[in-house]
Design a protein around this ligand. Structure first.
Ligand SMILES: [Zn+2]
Ligand SMILES: [Zn+2]
Length: 530
């Protein structure tokens, strides 16, 4: 694969508005050779000789985007299992139960759905075990929430996972109850015993679904993706084996980074060490401080609005988090801590203080960072950690977050500009499929911060055009330790670039959101055209 992407010919891109980085300075021509950028030229300059000339027709040229936090495996699975989120998906609980009855007439054992969301159901709540039992009782049913952090199961599925009516909540998990009895809704670690039991598509099917997801990424302008939690969807072994198979088969078009959702001890037992391969970087361990806002498991200092008892969940003890982080960093792993609620973030920052800095200067990372408590911004800046934020969460789910948190906290949710001003490296990412996979939608959301109902959450946290672009290119490259290669198009960088029909420095956010990618070039070779 790397050989094929290192053509030696000289390719000249001309008649373009080329932004080599987020500074806003631009060039009009670019020469690629050996897969790298060799020369940038201004209007009126003599063009160098080339084997191939691409006339960009005045198009805007940007660095190929880096999605620093996405779930390709999950998106591949979404293509293969029953989808509860598409336009054809059930719109109410009775419709959902009818669809389940229909599916139960088919062959097989487990009935599995992905993409369940109370926001898409007329009742604005998840179905319960008793309701699903009334539709299907003799086969196990598992419906996984769109965030991946919660699921609903019927009685047969709970039984197979080893749960009884008097089972206690497992550490880091919550079995929701009605009248003291589990109602089938399982949050965080409580749902995990189910996942290894679920049938998995054949490896070939999954591999070709991953290729389809990769082509979709290219069409959106994304050429590098960090798979944010290998092992979170179907277990580490199953997922990493498949990724290794995809790599060995060759032809996977994306540059990849991986976060392993395992601890340093397990990584060592599996014989894994940080790998700094620039095309297939696997040097990060992911851990979880708390849950998510969507399933009200993000750990808050003050309760959620709807329920004075509910403050979310820490995924483990603070001492265990600190220990895990310090051991991983000492072994040379970059540490990425998922932390969303202000309490969860405080525990993550405490843990990061124990993390040794990495020899190559890569920062450790906080994933999401929904809310900061008083003084936490200073503590965050002191850790030197990068923050991987998801601007499209506000664009997709902002109203639900605001309802769960109340107006004061909603205005402080997913801080962005205040982090940039404090010198924290802010990295834009999608968390797709939970967030919008398009970096143009993500940049527009970072600039607008508008919820689906049209409300603006935290106007003073809006980014400008340059900051939005920088967070999705340069800062993402720095978080991967690949700033010498990607995230910009200055001389010497890899020739990873896109031609687009909209100039993000000139256009309003709404137009940026509608940007069309015309051509995607990786390592000097065109890998996708519209
Ligand atoms: Zn996460
Ligand atoms: Zn994620």
């Amino acid at each position: 694969m790397p050989e094929a992407r290192n053509p030696t010919g000289r390719v000249l891109l001309r008649n373009a508005r080329i932004y080599p980085d987020a500074s806003g300075a631009h060039a009009t021509a670019l020469l690629m050779e050996g897969g790298r950028v060799r020369w940038l030229g201004q209007a009126g300059e003599a063009l160098p000789p080339a084997d191939e000339v691409i006339d960009a027709g005045g198009a805007t040229v940007l660095p190929s985007f880096i999605d620093a936090h996405a779930h390709l495996w999950w998106m591949a699975m979404d293509r293969l299992v029953w989808q509860l989120s598409g336009p054809q998906a059930p719109a109410s609980i009775p419709e959902l139960l009818d669809a389940l009855r229909e599916r139960a007439r088919g062959d097989g054992d487990w009935l599995v759905g992905h993409g369940l969301s109370e926001a898409r159901l007329a009742e604005r709540r998840l179905p319960t075990r008793a309701e699903i039992d009334r539709a299907v009782a003799d086969r196990p049913v598992v419906l996984r929430r769109v965030c991946g952090h919660a699921a609903v199961a019927n009685t047969e599925a709970l039984r197979r996972a080893g749960y009884r009516e008097d089972s206690p909540d497992p550490p880091g998990g919550l079995l929701e109850r009605e009248d003291g009895v589990p109602n089938g809704i399982m949050r965080e670690a409580a749902a995990v015993p189910l996942y290894p039991l679920l049938p998995r598509p054949a490896a070939d099917e999954l591999a070709s679904a991953l290729h389809a997801v990769a082509r979709h990424a290219l069409s959106l302008g994304v050429g590098t993706v960090v798979e944010a939690a290998v092992g979170f969807t179907a277990g580490f072994e199953a997922e990493w084996d498949l990724w290794c198979r995809v790599r060995d088969q060759g032809g996977f078009p994306l540059r990849m980074g991986f976060m392993f959702a395992i601890g340093a001890t397990e990584a060592a037992l599996r014989g894994l060490r940080p790998s700094l391969d620039p095309r297939w970087r696997a040097a990060t361990l992911k851990c979880f401080s708390d849950g998510t806002l969507g399933s009200q498991t993000a750990a808050l200092h003050q309760p959620y609005c709807a329920c004075a008892q509910r403050k979310g969940l820490l995924m483990g003890s603070p001492a265990a988090l600190r220990h895990g982080v310090s051991v991983a960093a000492a072994a040379g792993w970059q540490v990425a801590i998922h932390a969303i609620g202000d309490h969860g973030v405080d525990e993550a920052l405490d843990a990061l203080r124990t993390a040794a800095p990495l020899a190559d200067g890569r920062p450790h990372r906080v994933e999401h960072l929904g809310l900061l408590s008083d003084g936490a911004l200073d503590r965050l800046a002191a850790t030197g950690a990068a923050v991987a934020t998801q601007p499209s969460f506000i664009g997709r789910m902002g109203d639900g977050f605001a309802a769960a948190l109340g107006p004061e906290r909603a205005q402080r949710l997913y801080p962005a500009r205040s982090l940039v001003e404090r010198g924290v490296r802010l990295v834009g990412s999608s968390d797709a499929p939970a967030g919008d996979f398009s970096p143009f939608a993500s940049m527009a959301d970072a600039r607008e911060r508008r919820t689906p109902s049209g409300a603006v959450l935290g106007a003073r946290e809006r980014l400008d055009a340059a900051e939005a672009l920088r967070s999705h290119t340069e800062n993402a490259a720095r978080a991967m330790g690949l700033w010498d290669r990607i995230g910009h198009l200055n001389v010497g960088a890899d020739a990873d670039l896109i031609l687009v029909d909209t100039d993000p420095f000139q256009a309003e956010a709404a137009a940026v959101r509608r940007t069309r990618v015309l051509r995607h070039v990786l390592g000097g070779r065109t890998v996708w055209t519209a």
